[in-house]
Design a protein around this ligand. Sequence first.
Ligand SMILES: NC(=O)c1ccc[n+]([C@@H]2O[C@H](COP(=O)([O-])OP(=O)(O)OC[C@H]3O[C@@H](n4cnc5c(N)ncnc54)[C@H](O)[C@@H]3O)[C@@H](O)[C@H]2O)c1
Ligand SMILES: [Zn+2]
Length: 351
Amino acid sequence: MRVLVTGGAGFIGSQVVAALAARGHDPVVLDALLPAAHPEPPPLPDAEWIHADVRDRAATARALRGVDAVCHQAAMVGLGKDFADAPEYVGCNDLGTAVLLAAMAEAGVTELVLAGSMVVYGEGRYDCPRHGQVRPGPRAAADLTAGRFEPLCRECGAELTPGLVGEDAGMDPRNVYATTKLAQEHLAAAWARATGGRAVALRYHNVYGPGMPRDTPYAGVASFFRSALERGEAPRVFEDGRQRRDFVHVGDVADANAIALEAVRGREPGALSAYNTGSGTPHTVGEMAAVLAAAHGGPSPVVTGEFRLGDVRHITADSRRLRAELGWNSQVGFAEGMAEFATSGLRGAVG
Ligand SMILES: NC(=O)c1ccc[n+]([C@@H]2O[C@H](COP(=O)([O-])OP(=O)(O)OC[C@H]3O[C@@H](n4cnc5c(N)ncnc54)[C@H](O)[C@@H]3O)[C@@H](O)[C@H]2O)c1
Ligand SMILES: [Zn+2]
């Protein structure tokens, strides 16, 4: 199968390219090598590749020639520097997706796997002892400043128990990036309905592993900690370190993409199906920092109480649907994966 991997020079995309090649497919890469993602030129993809922006309709149309399916990884990621980044996020992620889908419709390419994200949910799942399953709203700056990190029940103010979020949970994007990731899914669903296409969105949780970018404003928390350790500094853990996440290894995410690309042909035409893509075993951010520091042989983490307003408290995945329907399984455990990540290379220059 010939697969166009947009963003195929990136952290996850490059591993998707490798996974596809290993399974006997023929990947072709389109990547703009965004300076925010690549402070230094990355190793060139080990595949046929086109240096172009997905918003460039002509280049994208050329890249689609002879292609059976598209794996759309290209996006601006992370929280960015400030709100001034919003037009660039919306441009890359949503205009980019619209241009790609229009070109696919024109070329008659009907199979799509989209890199989705858990950020579409906002906060994860919570249960109140009195009100059952509830959705807490955004946390107030005053609460966070005072060290009150746990969201409470909006009805009765009770403490909540965090659980695993399923794909049918409500959508509640909390920042510009999250909004663009949700819009990508809606665009893909609209494209599928309008063209009879088939789409799978893999909602990745916190992806980590070799080749992760260094600590730019666009990177994830595992990369901040890993970069600090490389500088000989202690990882600085925000809030009280007890925020829960699902850390999933990039190799597992790449496999999920390859499996989804092979399965998408058999899916219902005209629809998008979404799958959480997480390891299934939540860990706290503080735990992750401690395991990384120990494996790196660096200073122990410092819990700072700092916070970022756009962050949610707990978000962990129920990934049973991906296992049951597509037969995917996470292969890399937390301890093993973090030990490898503690010493493997990061991408790009230290800021
Ligand atoms: N890393 C995570 O934890 C995580 C979690 C959830 C979802 N995702 C999603 O996974 C995908 C890949 O993310 P990543 O972590 O590998 O990031 P990355 O920055 O390493 O890779 C993204 C790649 O896309 C390219 N790109 C961006 N905009 C482009 C455009 N307009 N045209 C062409 N190329 C463009 C960049 O140059 C880069 O090579 C993204 O869609 C992201 O939203 C990542
Ligand atoms: Zn309640």
